[in-house]
Design a protein around this ligand. Structure first.
Ligand code: SF4
Ligand code: SF4
Length: 118
């Protein structure tokens, strides 16, 4: 199983981190050395810019999450990094909780699963 996060769309809500039963995700500082420590392809790596449509949609939402904060603190903020994708049991919990619709999973048969926020 391979799991990765499109960092250009991650709001830092930490829903994935909170719901994953096998701790696939960690929350990392946006400007820290681990921000791109998963298998996301080049165009999905964090390079300091969030996609404008995602930024516009979430930047002013008041729901107790720190959207687009640099650091993870107080339950949200930072960027999600799928550091333990091989542990994924494909429960799909993260796929429906991801605000940025930016989690992608490839199973061992090559099937792809993309997050759709519910
Ligand atoms: S689908 Fe995988 S990565 Fe997502 S919450 Fe379930 S076990 Fe964790
Ligand atoms: S649920 Fe999606 S948007 Fe929220 S921190 Fe995880 S990857 Fe980022």
């Amino acid at each position: 199983m391979d799991v990765y996060v499109n960092k250009t769309k991650c709001t830092g809500c930490a829903h994935c981190h909170d719901v994953c039963p096998v701790a696939v995700f960690t929350m990392e500082d946006r400007d820290g050395p681990q921000a791109n420590a998963d298998t996301a392809p080049e165009e999905m790596k964090w390079k300091g810019q969030t996609q404008p449509d995602i930024l516009a949609k979430w930047k002013d939402v008041q729901d107790a999450h720190k959207h687009f904060a640099n650091k993870y603190e107080g339950g949200s903020g930072g960027l999600s990094v799928a550091v333990s994708g091989s542990a994924c049991i494909l429960c799909q919990a993260c796929l429906i909780e991801c605000e940025g619709e930016c989690i992608h999973i490839l199973d061992d048969q090559g099937n792809k699963y993309d997050s759709i926020y519910k």
